[in-house]
Design a binder for this molecule. Sequence first.
Ligand code: PMV
Length: 360
Amino acid sequence: MSSRAPGRSVTVEAPPNIALVKYWGVRDPALALPYNSSLSVTLDRLRSRTTVRFDPALTEDRVVLNGEAARGGPRDGVVRFLDRVRGLAGLEARASVVSANNFPTASGLASSASGFAALASAASGAAGLALSPRGLSQLARFGSGSASRSIFGGFVEWRAGHRPDGRDCYARPLAGPRHWPPLVDLVVLVRGAPVKEVRSQDAMQRSVATSPFYAERQRALPGRLARIRTAIAHRDADRLFPLVMEECDSFRQVCETTDPELDYLTDTSRTVLDAVVALNRARGRPVAAYTHDAGAHVHVFTLDRHLAAVRRCVAEIDGVERTMVVRPGPGARPIPRAPTGRAGRRRRAAARVRSRRSAG
Ligand code: PMV
């Protein structure tokens, strides 16, 4: 961008995802390469919306997160990411970044995944880089590893790859959002979920260095990932649900044996996990599966026909704030700019009429 005119403004919405096979450990921090491949479901309803514009008139990057000027760590993370995009595009201009989530930030609902997937798409678009979805997933991981998966919708694998240069490390869709319509994720939001003290990127390196179970987990992961991939391909809940819980337990075991210990759950979260185990036992088959990331909220996967029973069994637990039904959804997508002029006014007036009708 050689002129002093601001570049174009690009807005992207991106969803969070919940990992069924967790990414936990970086083998090359400079290239943001993980030790193991991971697999997740991209979630509908939840979104980060991010607008980026490079503007040569700015003297520093302006970052607004959830309505407030960002400072400290969160701002530094965005600026470092913008520096990478500037490097790729040969740009000098500083940027204005405005981003907001429609769900609680830093609470275990993976706001870093949706935030950096949206930032990767919006910043690269605003910088004039025409990256493929695979290229976007490779860029997004520098903000947050799990963000690489939120570029795609549905069921997504992030391949760790083997090459030292990271060219074979990228996310790819395994099946689209409509692959398995009755599969549903009941998000159980627990009261008093602590705000994360240690960033996942730092916490996982502590596990690599200190957990006696880390190496064992790495040995088990390729087989477990392959079995989970097959269960998803066959829409086989009887196979999938026990594997999802086995993987979550392995992740938690590594966290709990990390020095100093990483304890993400509250007593309420643990009661939710126990309730899922008890329900499966009472039904004599796996009708639900729990999982959680580095946070206290719990995701309970089930099928539509068991949803009411699962909801009854967790919603009454003391300390559960509310539950939310989410499903596999689409990946990151650009939001077209609102049209200006007469055509724009006409379109906005029609939208107002439509929303009044649907409200009445
Ligand atoms: O992407 P990060 O750096 O926020 O780490 C994500 C770690 C987990 O959420 C626990 C696992 C995962 O694969 O999403």
